[in-house]
Write a protein that binds this ligand. Structure first.
Ligand code: PHB
Length: 398
Protein backbone atom coordinates (compact mmCIF):
# COMPACT_ATOMS: atom_id res chain seq x y z
CA UNK A 1 0.00 0.00 0.00
CA UNK A 2 2.79 2.39 1.03
CA UNK A 3 4.41 2.44 -2.45
CA UNK A 4 1.18 3.46 -4.15
CA UNK A 5 0.32 6.15 -1.66
CA UNK A 6 0.32 9.67 -3.01
CA UNK A 7 2.68 11.79 -0.94
CA UNK A 8 1.60 15.23 0.20
CA UNK A 9 4.00 17.54 1.99
CA UNK A 10 2.93 20.13 4.52
CA UNK A 11 4.23 21.79 7.68
CA UNK A 12 1.64 20.62 10.20
CA UNK A 13 -0.45 17.46 9.84
CA UNK A 14 -3.54 17.35 12.04
CA UNK A 15 -5.50 14.18 12.84
CA UNK A 16 -9.04 15.11 13.84
CA UNK A 17 -11.40 17.72 12.44
CA UNK A 18 -13.42 18.51 15.55
CA UNK A 19 -13.23 21.93 17.22
CA UNK A 20 -9.62 21.45 18.43
CA UNK A 21 -8.20 20.35 15.07
CA UNK A 22 -10.10 22.93 13.07
CA UNK A 23 -9.32 25.80 15.44
CA UNK A 24 -5.62 24.96 15.27
CA UNK A 25 -5.76 24.67 11.49
CA UNK A 26 -7.50 28.05 11.27
CA UNK A 27 -4.98 29.83 13.53
CA UNK A 28 -1.99 28.27 11.73
CA UNK A 29 -3.34 29.25 8.32
CA UNK A 30 -3.85 32.83 9.47
CA UNK A 31 -0.21 32.84 10.47
CA UNK A 32 0.88 31.51 7.06
CA UNK A 33 1.66 27.99 8.31
CA UNK A 34 0.57 25.27 5.91
CA UNK A 35 -1.47 22.44 7.35
CA UNK A 36 -3.80 19.59 6.44
CA UNK A 37 -6.57 18.12 8.60
CA UNK A 38 -7.81 14.54 8.22
CA UNK A 39 -11.04 13.44 9.89
CA UNK A 40 -12.70 10.04 9.77
CA UNK A 41 -16.28 11.21 10.19
CA UNK A 42 -18.24 13.15 7.59
CA UNK A 43 -19.27 16.76 8.07
CA UNK A 44 -22.96 15.93 8.72
CA UNK A 45 -22.17 13.37 11.42
CA UNK A 46 -20.03 15.80 13.40
CA UNK A 47 -22.57 18.56 12.93
CA UNK A 48 -25.30 16.33 14.38
CA UNK A 49 -23.30 15.00 17.33
CA UNK A 50 -24.70 16.70 20.42
CA UNK A 51 -22.13 17.65 23.00
CA UNK A 52 -21.99 20.18 25.79
CA UNK A 53 -22.60 23.83 25.29
CA UNK A 54 -20.88 26.19 27.72
CA UNK A 55 -18.06 28.42 26.46
CA UNK A 56 -15.77 30.36 28.77
CA UNK A 57 -15.19 33.98 27.79
CA UNK A 58 -11.65 33.02 26.69
CA UNK A 59 -13.09 30.45 24.28
CA UNK A 60 -15.55 32.99 22.88
CA UNK A 61 -12.66 35.40 22.34
CA UNK A 62 -10.70 32.76 20.43
CA UNK A 63 -13.61 32.53 17.99
CA UNK A 64 -14.21 36.25 17.63
CA UNK A 65 -10.62 37.57 17.72
CA UNK A 66 -9.44 35.20 14.99
CA UNK A 67 -12.35 36.12 12.63
CA UNK A 68 -13.98 32.74 12.57
CA UNK A 69 -17.25 34.68 12.42
CA UNK A 70 -19.50 36.50 14.83
CA UNK A 71 -22.25 33.89 15.15
CA UNK A 72 -21.25 33.06 18.71
CA UNK A 73 -22.08 36.66 19.61
CA UNK A 74 -25.39 36.80 17.73
CA UNK A 75 -26.60 33.23 18.37
CA UNK A 76 -24.90 32.38 21.66
CA UNK A 77 -26.71 33.15 24.91
CA UNK A 78 -24.62 34.96 27.46
CA UNK A 79 -25.23 33.59 30.96
CA UNK A 80 -24.46 35.64 34.03
CA UNK A 81 -24.48 32.71 36.42
CA UNK A 82 -25.97 29.38 37.44
CA UNK A 83 -28.30 28.07 40.10
CA UNK A 84 -27.02 25.46 42.54
CA UNK A 85 -30.08 23.63 43.81
CA UNK A 86 -30.06 21.30 46.81
CA UNK A 87 -32.55 20.41 49.53
CA UNK A 88 -35.10 21.70 47.01
CA UNK A 89 -33.81 25.28 47.29
CA UNK A 90 -32.07 27.24 44.52
CA UNK A 91 -28.99 29.31 45.29
CA UNK A 92 -28.05 31.84 42.67
CA UNK A 93 -24.37 32.29 41.82
CA UNK A 94 -23.98 35.50 39.85
CA UNK A 95 -20.64 35.19 38.07
CA UNK A 96 -20.61 38.79 36.88
CA UNK A 97 -20.96 40.02 40.40
CA UNK A 98 -18.65 37.38 41.93
CA UNK A 99 -15.74 37.36 39.50
CA UNK A 100 -16.61 39.84 36.75
CA UNK A 101 -17.03 37.15 34.10
CA UNK A 102 -19.81 35.45 32.16
CA UNK A 103 -20.09 32.26 30.10
CA UNK A 104 -21.90 31.72 26.80
CA UNK A 105 -24.25 28.89 25.98
CA UNK A 106 -23.31 27.96 22.41
CA UNK A 107 -23.39 24.25 21.60
CA UNK A 108 -20.23 22.54 20.49
CA UNK A 109 -21.76 21.51 17.17
CA UNK A 110 -22.25 25.21 16.34
CA UNK A 111 -18.58 25.81 17.12
CA UNK A 112 -17.75 23.02 14.70
CA UNK A 113 -20.04 24.44 11.99
CA UNK A 114 -18.44 27.89 12.34
CA UNK A 115 -14.89 26.57 12.21
CA UNK A 116 -15.60 24.25 9.27
CA UNK A 117 -17.19 27.16 7.38
CA UNK A 118 -14.19 29.38 8.14
CA UNK A 119 -11.75 26.73 6.86
CA UNK A 120 -13.82 26.28 3.70
CA UNK A 121 -14.04 30.05 3.18
CA UNK A 122 -10.26 30.47 3.58
CA UNK A 123 -9.33 27.55 1.32
CA UNK A 124 -8.25 25.21 4.12
CA UNK A 125 -7.39 21.59 3.32
CA UNK A 126 -9.74 19.54 5.51
CA UNK A 127 -10.40 15.96 4.41
CA UNK A 128 -13.46 14.32 5.89
CA UNK A 129 -14.50 10.65 5.72
CA UNK A 130 -10.95 9.30 5.61
CA UNK A 131 -10.21 5.76 6.82
CA UNK A 132 -7.28 3.53 7.85
CA UNK A 133 -5.52 6.45 9.50
CA UNK A 134 -2.11 5.63 10.97
CA UNK A 135 0.66 7.84 12.25
CA UNK A 136 4.33 6.93 12.04
CA UNK A 137 7.93 8.13 12.28
CA UNK A 138 6.97 10.34 15.22
CA UNK A 139 10.50 10.78 16.55
CA UNK A 140 11.95 11.78 13.16
CA UNK A 141 11.92 15.20 11.47
CA UNK A 142 9.28 13.91 9.08
CA UNK A 143 6.39 12.36 10.99
CA UNK A 144 3.74 10.93 8.69
CA UNK A 145 0.01 10.37 8.50
CA UNK A 146 -1.16 7.51 6.29
CA UNK A 147 -4.80 7.36 5.35
CA UNK A 148 -7.27 6.39 2.67
CA UNK A 149 -9.20 9.34 1.28
CA UNK A 150 -12.98 9.41 0.84
CA UNK A 151 -12.44 8.37 -2.83
CA UNK A 152 -10.37 5.27 -1.90
CA UNK A 153 -6.99 6.75 -2.83
CA UNK A 154 -4.11 6.06 -0.40
CA UNK A 155 -2.21 9.10 0.84
CA UNK A 156 0.78 9.79 3.03
CA UNK A 157 1.17 13.24 4.57
CA UNK A 158 4.80 14.09 5.26
CA UNK A 159 4.85 16.87 7.81
CA UNK A 160 7.15 18.49 10.36
CA UNK A 161 4.79 18.62 13.28
CA UNK A 162 1.97 16.15 13.81
CA UNK A 163 -0.98 17.04 16.00
CA UNK A 164 -3.31 14.43 17.49
CA UNK A 165 -6.67 16.14 17.94
CA UNK A 166 -8.66 12.99 17.35
CA UNK A 167 -10.75 12.89 20.49
CA UNK A 168 -11.05 10.42 23.33
CA UNK A 169 -11.58 7.45 20.98
CA UNK A 170 -8.73 8.47 18.67
CA UNK A 171 -5.59 6.61 17.63
CA UNK A 172 -2.91 9.20 18.27
CA UNK A 173 -2.27 8.81 22.00
CA UNK A 174 -1.90 5.04 21.55
CA UNK A 175 0.97 5.73 19.16
CA UNK A 176 2.99 6.94 22.15
CA UNK A 177 4.85 3.82 23.31
CA UNK A 178 3.50 2.60 26.65
CA UNK A 179 6.87 3.15 28.38
CA UNK A 180 6.75 6.85 27.40
CA UNK A 181 3.16 7.45 28.49
CA UNK A 182 1.27 7.48 31.77
CA UNK A 183 -2.48 6.94 31.55
CA UNK A 184 -4.15 8.57 34.55
CA UNK A 185 -7.82 7.76 34.84
CA UNK A 186 -10.78 7.12 37.09
CA UNK A 187 -14.26 5.88 36.38
CA UNK A 188 -17.51 6.95 38.00
CA UNK A 189 -20.34 4.66 39.08
CA UNK A 190 -22.86 6.83 37.21
CA UNK A 191 -23.60 8.32 33.81
CA UNK A 192 -25.93 11.01 32.44
CA UNK A 193 -29.25 10.37 30.79
CA UNK A 194 -29.47 13.27 28.31
CA UNK A 195 -32.51 14.52 26.46
CA UNK A 196 -33.41 17.11 23.87
CA UNK A 197 -36.98 18.31 24.08
CA UNK A 198 -39.22 20.64 22.18
CA UNK A 199 -40.41 22.73 25.06
CA UNK A 200 -40.21 26.29 26.33
CA UNK A 201 -37.39 27.17 28.74
CA UNK A 202 -37.87 25.94 32.29
CA UNK A 203 -35.16 28.34 33.42
CA UNK A 204 -33.26 31.15 31.69
CA UNK A 205 -29.89 29.88 32.88
CA UNK A 206 -28.46 26.53 34.00
CA UNK A 207 -29.59 24.72 37.15
CA UNK A 208 -27.22 22.15 38.68
CA UNK A 209 -29.37 20.14 41.09
CA UNK A 210 -28.38 17.69 43.80
CA UNK A 211 -31.24 15.60 45.19
CA UNK A 212 -31.78 12.39 47.13
CA UNK A 213 -32.75 10.83 43.77
CA UNK A 214 -29.52 11.93 42.13
CA UNK A 215 -28.17 14.81 40.07
CA UNK A 216 -30.00 16.74 37.35
CA UNK A 217 -28.92 19.55 35.02
CA UNK A 218 -31.41 21.86 33.37
CA UNK A 219 -29.85 23.47 30.30
CA UNK A 220 -31.19 25.12 27.17
CA UNK A 221 -30.65 25.24 23.44
CA UNK A 222 -33.11 27.92 22.27
CA UNK A 223 -36.52 29.36 23.13
CA UNK A 224 -38.13 26.18 21.79
CA UNK A 225 -35.55 23.42 22.34
CA UNK A 226 -34.16 22.45 25.74
CA UNK A 227 -31.35 20.18 26.91
CA UNK A 228 -31.58 18.33 30.23
CA UNK A 229 -29.71 15.54 31.94
CA UNK A 230 -30.16 13.35 34.98
CA UNK A 231 -27.84 10.96 36.74
CA UNK A 232 -28.44 7.36 35.68
CA UNK A 233 -26.78 3.99 35.76
CA UNK A 234 -23.97 3.63 33.17
CA UNK A 235 -25.69 0.55 31.76
CA UNK A 236 -29.18 2.00 31.73
CA UNK A 237 -31.02 1.45 28.43
CA UNK A 238 -32.22 4.93 27.45
CA UNK A 239 -34.62 3.64 24.81
CA UNK A 240 -36.69 1.82 27.46
CA UNK A 241 -37.83 5.01 29.12
CA UNK A 242 -41.17 6.58 28.18
CA UNK A 243 -41.41 10.36 27.94
CA UNK A 244 -43.56 10.42 31.06
CA UNK A 245 -41.04 8.39 33.05
CA UNK A 246 -38.25 10.73 31.98
CA UNK A 247 -40.16 13.87 32.90
CA UNK A 248 -41.23 12.41 36.24
CA UNK A 249 -37.64 11.46 37.03
CA UNK A 250 -36.32 14.91 36.11
CA UNK A 251 -39.09 16.62 38.08
CA UNK A 252 -38.37 14.55 41.22
CA UNK A 253 -34.83 15.86 41.20
CA UNK A 254 -35.80 19.53 41.12
CA UNK A 255 -38.86 19.35 43.39
CA UNK A 256 -38.83 21.75 46.28
CA UNK A 257 -40.93 23.93 48.54
CA UNK A 258 -40.84 26.70 45.91
CA UNK A 259 -43.02 24.46 43.70
CA UNK A 260 -40.62 24.72 40.74
CA UNK A 261 -42.09 22.82 37.76
CA UNK A 262 -40.28 21.81 34.59
CA UNK A 263 -42.07 22.76 31.37
CA UNK A 264 -42.61 19.50 29.53
CA UNK A 265 -42.70 18.80 25.80
CA UNK A 266 -42.00 16.05 23.29
CA UNK A 267 -38.57 14.45 23.69
CA UNK A 268 -36.78 13.91 20.37
CA UNK A 269 -33.47 12.55 21.57
CA UNK A 270 -32.59 10.45 24.61
CA UNK A 271 -29.21 8.88 25.26
CA UNK A 272 -26.81 7.68 27.95
CA UNK A 273 -23.53 9.56 28.23
CA UNK A 274 -20.80 7.61 29.97
CA UNK A 275 -17.88 9.49 31.35
CA UNK A 276 -14.56 9.19 33.08
CA UNK A 277 -11.62 11.38 33.93
CA UNK A 278 -8.46 10.73 31.93
CA UNK A 279 -5.11 12.43 31.36
CA UNK A 280 -2.29 11.21 29.12
CA UNK A 281 1.11 12.38 30.33
CA UNK A 282 3.05 13.83 28.69
CA UNK A 283 0.92 15.23 25.86
CA UNK A 284 3.88 14.95 23.52
CA UNK A 285 6.08 12.29 22.02
CA UNK A 286 8.81 13.36 19.58
CA UNK A 287 7.07 15.52 17.00
CA UNK A 288 3.58 14.35 17.99
CA UNK A 289 1.56 16.77 20.11
CA UNK A 290 -1.84 15.89 21.60
CA UNK A 291 -4.60 18.47 21.95
CA UNK A 292 -8.09 18.34 23.44
CA UNK A 293 -9.90 15.09 24.22
CA UNK A 294 -7.11 13.12 22.51
CA UNK A 295 -5.01 13.94 25.56
CA UNK A 296 -7.59 14.17 28.33
CA UNK A 297 -11.27 13.85 29.07
CA UNK A 298 -13.28 15.35 31.90
CA UNK A 299 -16.75 14.46 33.17
CA UNK A 300 -19.27 16.99 31.81
CA UNK A 301 -20.32 18.41 35.19
CA UNK A 302 -17.83 21.28 35.07
CA UNK A 303 -18.52 22.13 31.39
CA UNK A 304 -14.77 22.13 30.78
CA UNK A 305 -14.18 19.69 27.86
CA UNK A 306 -14.40 22.01 24.87
CA UNK A 307 -12.87 24.90 26.79
CA UNK A 308 -9.83 22.83 27.71
CA UNK A 309 -9.43 21.71 24.12
CA UNK A 310 -9.42 25.31 22.92
CA UNK A 311 -6.99 26.31 25.69
CA UNK A 312 -4.60 23.53 24.55
CA UNK A 313 -4.89 24.80 21.00
CA UNK A 314 -4.00 28.31 22.05
CA UNK A 315 -0.83 27.15 23.80
CA UNK A 316 0.09 24.77 20.97
CA UNK A 317 -0.53 27.37 18.28
CA UNK A 318 1.76 29.84 20.03
CA UNK A 319 4.46 27.17 20.31
CA UNK A 320 4.23 26.13 16.65
CA UNK A 321 4.08 29.73 15.51
CA UNK A 322 7.16 30.58 17.54
CA UNK A 323 8.97 27.55 16.12
CA UNK A 324 8.38 28.68 12.53
CA UNK A 325 9.21 32.30 13.38
CA UNK A 326 12.43 31.59 15.29
CA UNK A 327 13.39 27.95 14.60
CA UNK A 328 13.62 27.58 18.38
CA UNK A 329 11.81 24.57 19.83
CA UNK A 330 11.65 26.06 23.34
CA UNK A 331 7.90 26.66 23.39
CA UNK A 332 7.20 23.30 21.76
CA UNK A 333 9.33 21.67 24.44
CA UNK A 334 7.28 23.46 27.09
CA UNK A 335 3.87 22.70 25.54
CA UNK A 336 2.97 19.57 27.47
CA UNK A 337 3.87 20.96 30.87
CA UNK A 338 2.09 24.23 30.24
CA UNK A 339 -1.07 22.61 28.87
CA UNK A 340 -1.12 20.05 31.68
CA UNK A 341 -1.22 22.70 34.40
CA UNK A 342 -4.60 23.89 33.17
CA UNK A 343 -5.70 20.31 32.48
CA UNK A 344 -5.13 19.27 36.09
CA UNK A 345 -6.93 22.33 37.41
CA UNK A 346 -9.88 21.46 35.20
CA UNK A 347 -9.67 17.80 36.24
CA UNK A 348 -9.85 18.85 39.86
CA UNK A 349 -12.79 21.18 39.27
CA UNK A 350 -14.73 18.62 37.19
CA UNK A 351 -14.08 15.88 39.75
CA UNK A 352 -15.14 18.14 42.59
CA UNK A 353 -18.37 19.27 40.91
CA UNK A 354 -19.17 15.69 39.87
CA UNK A 355 -18.69 14.19 43.32
CA UNK A 356 -20.38 17.05 45.17
CA UNK A 357 -23.49 17.02 42.98
CA UNK A 358 -24.07 13.32 42.29
CA UNK A 359 -25.34 10.77 44.78
CA UNK A 360 -23.80 7.32 44.72
CA UNK A 361 -26.34 4.51 44.74
CA UNK A 362 -24.63 2.89 47.73
CA UNK A 363 -24.09 6.17 49.61
CA UNK A 364 -24.94 5.99 53.29
CA UNK A 365 -26.73 8.85 55.08
CA UNK A 366 -23.44 10.24 56.35
CA UNK A 367 -22.07 10.65 52.84
CA UNK A 368 -25.29 12.20 51.56
CA UNK A 369 -25.39 14.75 54.36
CA UNK A 370 -21.67 15.48 54.10
CA UNK A 371 -22.19 16.45 50.45
CA UNK A 372 -25.07 18.72 51.50
CA UNK A 373 -22.74 20.30 54.04
CA UNK A 374 -20.27 20.93 51.27
CA UNK A 375 -22.91 22.47 49.00
CA UNK A 376 -24.09 24.63 51.88
CA UNK A 377 -20.52 25.77 52.52
CA UNK A 378 -20.03 26.72 48.87
CA UNK A 379 -23.41 28.39 48.36
CA UNK A 380 -23.43 30.01 51.80
CA UNK A 381 -20.25 32.00 51.50
CA UNK A 382 -19.01 34.56 49.04
CA UNK A 383 -15.58 32.87 49.03
CA UNK A 384 -17.14 29.50 48.27
CA UNK A 385 -19.23 30.97 45.49
CA UNK A 386 -16.21 32.78 44.08
CA UNK A 387 -14.16 29.59 44.07
CA UNK A 388 -16.79 27.85 41.97
CA UNK A 389 -17.38 30.91 39.77
CA UNK A 390 -13.69 31.43 39.02
CA UNK A 391 -13.20 27.83 37.96
CA UNK A 392 -16.45 27.63 36.00
CA UNK A 393 -15.86 30.82 34.03
CA UNK A 394 -12.27 29.76 33.36
CA UNK A 395 -8.83 30.75 34.57
CA UNK A 396 -7.14 33.40 32.43
CA UNK A 397 -5.36 32.15 29.32
CA UNK A 398 -1.61 32.57 29.89
C1 PHB B 1 -25.19 21.38 27.93
O1 PHB B 1 -25.92 22.38 27.75
O2 PHB B 1 -25.22 20.42 27.15
C2 PHB B 1 -24.30 21.32 29.11
C3 PHB B 1 -24.11 22.46 29.89
C4 PHB B 1 -23.30 22.41 31.01
C5 PHB B 1 -22.67 21.22 31.36
C6 PHB B 1 -22.84 20.09 30.58
C7 PHB B 1 -23.65 20.13 29.46
O3 PHB B 1 -21.91 21.18 32.48
Amino acid sequence: MGEHAQIIRTQVGIVGGGPAGLMLSHLLAKSGIENIVVEKRDHETIKNTHRAGILEAGSVRMLTDSDVNGRVLTHGMEHEGIDLRFNGVSHRLNFTELVGATVTLYPQNEVFVDLAAARARDGGDVRYSVSDTEILDLTTDTPKIRFTGADGQAFEIHCEILVGADGSQGICKWAIPAEHRTDNFIEYPFAWFGILTEAPKSSDELIYANSPHGFALISQRSDTVQRMYFQADPDEDASKWSEEQIWDELQKRVDGPDGFQLKRGPIFEQMILKFRSYVCEPMRYGNLFLAGDAGHTVPPTGAKGLNLALADVKVLFEAIDSYYATKSKDLLDGYSEKALRRVWKAQNFSYWMTNMLHTRKDANPFEVKRALGELDTVAGSRYGQQYLAESYTGWPHS
